[in-house]
Each structure stands twice: as C-alpha cells, then as structure tokens.
Design a protein around this ligand. Structure first.
Ligand code: UGA
Length: 451
C-alpha cells in the first residue's frame, strides 16, 4: 500500500506531476535543491507560468496533500514511491548531461528506509536505467532495504501540463519485477475508471523493459519533430509552386494513419524537449553505430526556419537597417513563459546586427527573453502591449501563436503601424481577414489570398 510519494525536482515536469498526484488523492512531498524555489512554491506561487499550477498548488498546500522541501532525507525516508524528475540538459555533443540524475539517485539511495519504488521519470537515452541508475542504487542503498527501479516517462506539454498529467493517452511502465508493476497500477489507479477519470480502455498501458520505456519517450518527441520539419519542407515547396500548406496539411492529416497533429507549418519547433530529445536520440544512435541521417535532417530543416523569415523580411522591406520591426511573441509556443530554443532568441539578434530597431511584446515571456538574450540597450525595446509594439512599425513579425494575437483588433493594428505589413511565422492569422483590412500578409506555404 502506497502511503506517501516523493518527487525529486520541481521544474516544468516535476511540479505539475507532483500536484497531479496530489489531485489523484496521494500525499506528496516535492524536493528541490533550490531553496529559493521551494520558498516560492511554499508561498503558493508557481516559479514559472503554467496554467492550473497555481490553483492546484494553493489547494493542496492548504489541504496538506502537498508540501515542498529542500531537505531530501526525511522526504525520501517517509516515501514508498520516489519519482525522479530532475533535468537532463543537453551536452555540446547532443548527449544528455546526467549529473543531476546521478546525484539525485545517490541521495535517494542513501535515505531509503523501507521498500521503495524508485521511478526514473527524467528523459534519458536508452540504457540509462541499467547502466547509470541501477549501479548507483546497488552501491548506495542500505543492505536491508528492498527496492525496485522503474522507468515511467512523462508526455506532458508545457502550457497544458496538469491537463496532460490527468488525461494521459498512454502510461508507459518500464519494469523488471511484478511488484514494480503492481505499485504502478496502484499509483495510477485513481486516474483510471474513477469519478471524472479517464476510462482505462482509452489509455494505452505499455508495460515493458527499462530501455524500451526510455526509448519510447525520446522517439515520441523525435517523431513529432519529424512531422513538423516534414510539413515545413513542404511549406517551402508550396511557396515555390503556389500550393497551399493549410489545405495540404488537411489533405494529409485526413488519412488517420498520418493524422492532423503536428502539421502546422511555420517557424518550427523549440522548447526544452523536442530539440533536445531529437539531438539526444541522434547522439545515442551515432554512439551505437546506427545511421541517424533522418534525425539530423529534421534538425537542419528546423534550424533553417529562422533564416526563411529573415530572408522574407529583408526582401519585403528591401533591407532592415533603421527600420522598425515589431515582434509579437518570444515564447517557444503559446501558454508558457519559456523561451528555450525559441525562434525569437535566434532571429532578434540577427535583426539587431542588421541595424533594425526591434519592438517586442509577449503576454508572458518578456522577462525570460530579456534574461536569456541579454539584449537590453541594443536596439530591442520591450513593450507592454501588442499595440505598443506595433506603433510606427514597418513590419510586424508573429513568432508565437498566442490567442490574443489571433483575435487582435485588426483596424487598431492597421492604424498603429507605419506600413501594414505582417509576416506570420505561425500561419495563425486569417489571410482573408488580413487582406480585407488592407494588410500585406505573408505566411509560410500560403499563396496570395484568392488563389
Ligand atoms: C513536448 C511533447 O509534445 C510532450 O509530449 C513531451 O512530454 C514534452 O515535449 C517533454 O518531453 O517534456 P512541449 O515541449 O511542451 O512538449 O512542446 P509542444 O507542444 O510539443 O511544441 C513543441 C514546438 O513545436 C513548439 O515550438 C510549437 O510551436 C512547435 N509546433 C508544434 C509546430 O511548429 N508545429 C506543430 O504542428 C506543432
């Protein structure tokens, strides 16, 4: 019987995961070595923007089902399940830096007192559980203490992390014992078939070995990345041929074997996961002698997207020197304040180098952008509203498809801009509406309106 769950690492994956376990009725203690972050969380605030997290945090701090601490010893000693959610950042060669995983595992191992299921949720290359985590546990867990190691990847998306945790399309359990499988079924039991829960027949439950569970995670993200680069390559062909990538995606996606998801063309993928996992899988494959050309090409197509929009703006304006360029959106996608591998980080310095004046607005991510780009005092101006960013602009570039941009008052926008030119890096605006309002509108893979 599970009494308490301990989650190690309270970042974008760990905090929503902890709170979702609390929502399922478990008592959860979240551990993070960063005591400032822990204090912030204890005050009922999420250290990052993520819908629903603040609400659940306040609810479960109040009812005692969730506590945060930086003291690992007691948290681990009292837990029956310890979930490792620490970061595995990308190394320069594309591989994963496992140092946080190693040190978290050693800490957990030393403080375990009774039977514990140690769950590796962090995203890692296949073989990590057996070659890195298991040996540390063998060496450091006190002899009388029984335990199992299991791999349980997460598939949550930033911006809908809590929803995804509570409505999974699959649960992957990498186990090497019957007991580990039983503990998993108990852990996720409240999610399946309970009140307002997901019917178990709608959830793919995959029970497999450790390496397969690890590979399912990296391969899922690499596959999504492949779909995006594939449609972006086709968007370029649409631009050359006059075809329409939106209709193309509808045509392709109507085949259930292909489906509609991840076929939105534009500036490509960013974030902490798709680029890292794509490169991580490529680095692993190369290391074991597998031809990973497919994965490398997906990365090349993606990183070249920023040059596409740069070429477009330079050719539309005939150069950008001393031109005012409005940017809407710096987050890597809507619903988050995360700018990891966002096109904005790559594009804006290039515009500044070419002598442009850049006016930037994002509903949530300006602070993170300023921190990551260190571009203040260099011709980049942070604006408080989308309208302010657009004032006197020669062109507006949309880099993130936030809802408020899609529903912006186009008459107001047109009045604010010096010239009504919009380049839509996410194909998120309605081309016909843009034209009706008198904009010169340019997306990716979109023929001129009316064709
Ligand atoms: C991704 C996966 O979708 C999750 O399943 C996974 O759990 C997570 O990584 C992780 O490994 O933790 P996330 O990084 O939040 O989630 O981002 P996505 O929503 O997948 O979007 C990634 C990027 O692709 C964004 O920049 C988005 O704008 C772009 N994208 C997405 C497109 O360019 N076109 C599309 O059709 C879809």
């Amino acid at each position: 019987m599970i009494g308490k769950i301990c989650v190690f690492g309270l970042g974008h994956a760990g905090l929503p995961t902890s709170l979702s376990f609390a929502e399922l009725g478990w008592t959860v203690v979240g551990v993070d070595y960063d005591s400032e972050k822990v204090k912030f969380i204890e005050s009922g605030k999420s250290p990052f923007y993520e819908p629903e997290v603040d609400v659940l945090l306040q609810k479960h701090l109040a009812n005692g089902r969730f506590v945060a601490t930086s003291e690992a010893a007691e948290a681990v000693a009292s837990a029956d399940v310890v979930v490792i959610c620490v970061g595995t950042p990308q190394l320069p060669d594309g591989g994963a830096d496992l140092s946080f995983l190693r040190s978290a595992t050693a800490t957990i191992a030393r403080h375990m007192t009774g039977y514990t299921l140690v769950v590796q949720k962090s995203t890692v290359p296949p073989g990590t559980a057996s070659s890195v985590v298991a040996p540390i546990l063998e060496e450091c867990v006190p002899q009388r203490v029984q335990y199992d190691l299991a791999v349980n990847p997460e598939f949550l998306r930033e911006g809908s992390a809590v929803y995804d945790c509570l409505h999974p399309d699959r649960l992957v359990f990498g186990v090497d014992s019957q007991r580990a499988k039983e503990v998993f079924m108990e852990l996720y039991g409240p999610l399946l078939d309970g009140d307002q829960r997901v019917p178990s027949e709608q959830v793919g439950i995959v029970v497999t070995n450790w390496a397969t569970a690890e590979l399912i995670k990296q391969a899922s993200n690499a596959f999504l990345a492949t779909k995006i680069s594939f449609i972006n390559m086709l968007a370029d062909m649409c631009d050359a041929s006059g075809a329409n990538v939106l209709d193309l995606a509808r045509g392709l996606g109507s085949d259930p074997r292909i489906n509609h998801h991840y076929l939105n063309a534009g500036l490509g993928f960013g974030g902490q996961c798709l680029p890292k996992d794509l490169r991580g899988l490529a680095a692993y494959g190369k290391g074991v002698g597998v031809d990973v050309n497919i994965l490398e090409s997906v990365d090349v197509v993606n990183t070249s997207r920023v040059d596409r929009i740069l070429d477009r703006v330079v050719s539309l304006l005939g150069g950008v020197e001393e031109r005012t360029i409005a940017i809407w959106g710096v987050a890597f996608k809507p619903g988050t304040d995360d700018v990891a591998e966002a096109p904005s980080l790559n594009l804006i310095p290039k515009l500044v180098d070419l002598g442009a004046v850049v006016r930037v607005y994002d509903p949530e991510a300006l602070g993170a952008f300023q921190e990551a780009s260190q571009l203040s005092d260099t011709g980049v101006y942070a604006c408080e509203t989308g309208l302010q960013a657009a004032e006197d602009a020669d062109v507006l570039l949309i880099l993130t498809d936030w809802y408020e941009f899609i529903h912006f008052d186009l008459s107001l926008l047109k009045t604010a801009m010096k010239s009504p030119v919009v380049i839509d890096g996410r194909n998120c605006m309605n081309a016909l509406e843009m034209e009706r309002h008198g904009f010169m509108y340019s997306g990716f893979g979109l023929p001129p309106v009316g064709i």
